[in-house]
Design a protein around this ligand. Structure first.
Ligand SMILES: *[C@@H]1O[C@H](CO)[C@@H](O)[C@H](O)[C@H]1NC(C)=O
Ligand SMILES: *[C@@H]1O[C@H](CO)[C@@H](O)[C@H](O)[C@H]1NC(C)=O
Ligand SMILES: *[C@@H]1O[C@H](CO)[C@@H](O)[C@H](O)[C@H]1NC(C)=O
Ligand SMILES: *[C@@H]1O[C@H](CO)[C@@H](O)[C@H](O)[C@H]1NC(C)=O
Length: 414
């Protein structure tokens, strides 16, 4: 009941984001529209030959263009989301192939996320209409035919980086020849390897990832991402719609670092409790304060985009305060504030007031059963474990190579 005075702890520590003070930024404030994808007027008319050989043209119903894109989607980041957004813009329905665990193991070592978790992540994206589990790592002719014939895909989409088959030929040559290939630009910025490096750096002060030339730089929270948030990108990711007239607004907040399947599931649950889901993304400073140095692994803007890309999310507050204030509840007309049962160390700093004291006193706070156990920490631990296994494998390989060459040298020296 003493929420009036509780803001004093922020004084001199952080700025206290007063509403309308220009510090809390929501995507809708940037003024967006949903028409971004409109205007791609494809006049694709399907012609078919009937059994009688009569030329038959299907009229009226405009055929919906189905496009396909695939990927591993291990450690989702906004670059993946952006690629899928671009792919979706090239058609009406986006079908996404998620590469199988086995193929990832064979091509680049074990994935951090399981097939099920990767499917949950990809299906949760607002641009994705269908997913195909266990897609091949490189598109085979057989798979391509099944895409065209069974999945009714019109175009296969890929980034502008070359994708070569083991025999050195272009993986998309066939699709290109058939005129069924379209290309998108790769997204600037963070890669999965960067995220791994950052997670490992937090965990371990000595090791660096292979090919990492940043070994010398002390982790000044060495920001590896070259991500530059533009308002345009935020607009592209945003729904651009506010809550309807009688909408029940649900609010959930958090760091949403290393956006994972657990996040998707809790957001889905939260969204089901109302008509409009508003998500508060805590500032880097707040996250670091509560989770320790080296956190968050991803920037506020990257985290915001990942959340915004989720189909259950209507709006985000980019840089939400730790505490849910009465002001916020009023301004955003929040009907319900929820928090998951499985969350990153629900611990408070010593002497810190309960951030949900206000909604609790108003009787609008609910604990929400987290559908999944997975947390940012557990994902980070998996990344580290994978990395250590990788180093071990490499060390073993190096050793056996050394032995091999030593023997060889020995033999040839004889
Ligand atoms: C790295 O951290 C470990 C503890 O996790 C510590 O024992 C070790 O001395 C540290 N190494 C360096 C180079 O700081
Ligand atoms: C780390 O940051 C501090 C202050 O921002 C700066 O003075 C220092 O040079 C940085 N260190 C490295 C290794 O970049
Ligand atoms: C605020 O939310 C309630 C539902 O909880 C809704 O009935 C009411 O119309 C909303 N008020 C405004 C001004 O949108
Ligand atoms: C969550 O983890 C606990 C222990 O770590 C386990 O007992 C429980 O079955 C898990 N629940 C789910 C839904 O995976």
């Amino acid at each position: 009941m003493e929420y009036e005075s509780s803001s004093s702890i922020w004084d001199g520590v952080y700025y206290y984001p007063h509403l309308f003070g220009g510090l809390m930024l929501t995507a809708a404030l940037l003024g967006l529209s949903t028409s971004y994808f409109g205007g791609l007027g494809y006049s694709y008319l399907p012609y078919m030959w009937s059994d009688l050989g009569v030329f038959y043209k299907k009229k009226s119903e405009k055929k919906r263009i189905r496009v396909y894109m695939d990927g591993c989607f291990d450690l989702m980041h906004y670059g993946h989301a952006n690629a899928l957004r671009q792919a979706k813009a090239l058609g009406d329905e986006l079908v996404v192939g998620v590469v199988s665990d086995e193929e990832i193991v064979a091509n680049k070592g074990p994935p951090v996320l399981s097939m099920e978790e990767r499917l949950a992540l990809v299906s949760g994206l607002k641009w994705v209409d269908e997913v195909i589990a266990n897609a091949p790592y490189a598109i085979t002719e057989k798979f391509m035919n099944s895409l065209f014939n069974e999945h009714k895909i019109d175009y296969i989409i890929h980034g502008d980086d070359p994708c070569l088959l083991p025999d050195g030929t272009d993986a998309y040559a066939l699709a290109k020849k058939a005129g069924r290939y379209k290309q998108i630009k790769r997204t600037e910025g963070v890669s999965s390897t960067d995220i791994e490096a950052k997670a490992c750096e937090n965990h371990d002060n000595t090791s660096s990832l292979p090919g990492d030339d940043r070994k010398g730089s002390q982790s000044n929270n060495s920001r590896i991402s070259q991500f530059l948030p533009t308002s345009r990108r935020i607009v592209q990711f945003s729904n651009g719609k506010g809550p309807g007239p009688n909408a029940r607004v649900v609010y959930i907040d958090g760091a949403f670092d290393l956006f994972h399947a657990g996040h998707v599931e809790i957001l889905r649950s939260a969204r089901q409790l109302g008509d409009f889901l508003l998500v508060g993304i805590h500032t880097d400073q707040i996250v670091s304060e509560h989770r320790g140095k080296g956190h968050p692994i991803m920037h506020l803007h990257e985290r915001s985009l990942s959340v915004l890309a989720c189909s259950y999310v209507d709006e985000v507050i980019i840089g939400a305060p730790w505490e849910v204030t009465r002001d916020m509840v009023t301004t955003f007309n929040i009907s319900l504030v929820v928090h998951g049962t499985v969350a990153e160390s629900n611990s408070l700093l010593a002497g810190e007031p309960d951030p949900y004291a206000v909604p609790k006193s108003m009787g609008i706070f609910w604990m929400l059963d987290s559908p999944k156990n997975i947390t940012t920490t557990s994902v980070a631990q998996r990344i580290v474990a994978n990395h250590e296994a990788y180093l071990k494998r490499n060390a073993k390989k190096a050793e056996s190579e050394k032995k091999y060459y030593a023997e060889k040298v020995h033999v040839s020296g004889d």
